[in-house]
Design a protein around this ligand. Structure first.
Ligand code: TYD
Ligand code: MG
Length: 399
């Protein structure tokens, strides 16, 4: 058997003309790879993948879009709505995966799309489409087809609540990349995030906006997320988070109201609830805020989920601001992780966070005192306040 020298091997990466998707893929679609696009039903997966298929059809040749959920006419209606009219985009409405692979074999597309993995089936497996054994076997067949031919395959998978239908999680170990489309169906923004990527980092996010004509790329997410901000209002602050290589500013809101009966509620949207509980405990014990009999709601506006502790300070300031019913100045951003002693801890890439904040017109930043001065960028016109503890930060931000 011939052996390959690693240095001589090449991976073909097909650039995707949709920049927000291309970045999440780690710079293009790798030939022969299986990419799973997962997300809640109705979030916009078919829309995104159809747009990608159409954009790629122009540059790489024929793309075969197989839908096991919609008829060819329905796909056409959707395509019309999206303004897609590529002659290189072929659609096939088929649920039998053996037929799908036969069609693919016959047409030899440059890319294959299967929408969705839960609605295709293989005859020799007795369980219903969508069962764990069906989705696994169908994915495995697609992989066996794609790898030797070096043809990329995009698979759509619905995140399912009930246990009878297998969700994308059962396929994560099989495919090369798993991208999740997240967001709130009732709001316009959608975040595309890689949770697994054999060919790139999993830090990058793509930001889209659902419009009448499909998903639109949002190149300046900070501007978009802050667009509806009402200025200085009690309970509102701006956090600066880093998603991959990109700093993103988001509004964080908090609301505290007296608990009517029973245990006080702590509810977080776009933010980890147990982190919220920890921050509330720190605010009670280290700052002395009487939050023990308050229901607390925290919300990251725009649909982004923040996993970084760097948003701790913004969340805590929002809570303190709502509780004290005094606003934080609208031109201020807050960055910093909070430790259990109430100390503000340094966070990475402070320079990029501050530069982006200044670019968006923020005049003041509250940052951890422990950040080395040499790590600070030269941002004209921005006042940088260093605080060592959350109480110091609250004093500086809320008067
Ligand atoms: P869809 O891509 O069908 O979601 P999924 O494949 O994840 O189930 O799209 C979901 C919703 O998006 C649909 O209910 C209507 C809305 N939508 C728009 O607002 N604009 C559009 O251009 C399209 C195609 C869909
Ligand atoms: Mg769909």
């Amino acid at each position: 058997m011939p052996l390959n020298a690693l240095g001589a091997l090449q991976t073909d990466r097909i650039p995707v003309p949709i920049a927000e998707l291309d970045r999440v893929l780690g710079g293009g679609l790798v030939a022969g790879s299986l990419v799973l696009v997962g997300g809640d039903p109705g979030i916009g997966k078919s829309t995104l993948v159809l747009q990608a298929a159409s954009a790629l059809a122009g540059s790489i040749g024929q793309v075969l879009y197989v839908s096991a959920e919609e008829s060819a006419q329905q796909i056409k209606l959707r395509a019309d709505r999206l303004g897609i009219a590529s002659d290189d985009l072929y659609v096939l409405s088929e649920t039998n995966l053996t037929e799908v692979l036969e069609a693919a074999e016959q047409h030899q597309p440059a890319m294959l799309v299967v929408d969705s993995i839960q609605t295709v089936y293989i005859d020799d497996i007795t369980s219903a489409a969508g069962s764990v054994s069906q989705v696994r076997e169908c994915t495995s067949r697609l992989m066996q087809w794609a790898k030797p031919r070096n043809i990329p395959v995009m698979i759509i998978g619905h995140v399912t609540k009930e246990g009878t239908i297998a969700g994308p999680r059962v396929l994560e170990h099989m495919v090369d990349a798993v991208l999740y489309l997240e967001g709130d169906r009732h709001h316009q923004y959608r975040i595309l995030r890689a949770v697994k990527n054999r060919f790139g980092s999993t830090d990058e996010v793509g930001v889209f906006e659902m419009a009448d004509s499909g998903l639109r790329e949002v190149r300046n997410p900070s501007e978009a997320f802050l667009e509806e901000r009402a200025g200085a209002a009690a309970g509102s602050t701006v956090a600066v988070t880093i998603e991959g290589t990109r700093p993103i500013l988001v509004e964080v809101q908090a609301l505290t109201t007296p608990t009517n009966f029973g245990l006080p509620r702590r509810s977080a949207n776009g933010f980890d609830t147990s982190r919220l509980q920890l921050l509330v405990a720190v605010l009670q014990k280290r700052v002395g805020l009487g939050l023990g009999s308050q229901d607390i709601y925290a919300n990251v506006v725009g649909g982004l989920r923040i996993a970084e502790p760097a948003a701790d300070l913004a969340v805590s300031l929002a809570i303190a601001s709502s509780f004290k019913e005094r606003p934080v100045d609208a031109g201020t951003v807050a960055v910093g992780e909070i430790g259990l002693s109430g100390e503000l801890r340094s966070v990475g890439q402070i320079d990029r966070r501050l530069v982006e904040s200044a670019r968006l017109g923020f005049r003041r930043a509250i940052i951890p005192g422990s950040v080395a001065r040499r790590a600070l960028p030269n941002v004209d016109g921005m006042q940088i306040l260093r605080a060592d503890s959350v109480s110091e930060a609250i004093e500086a931000a809320i008067d």
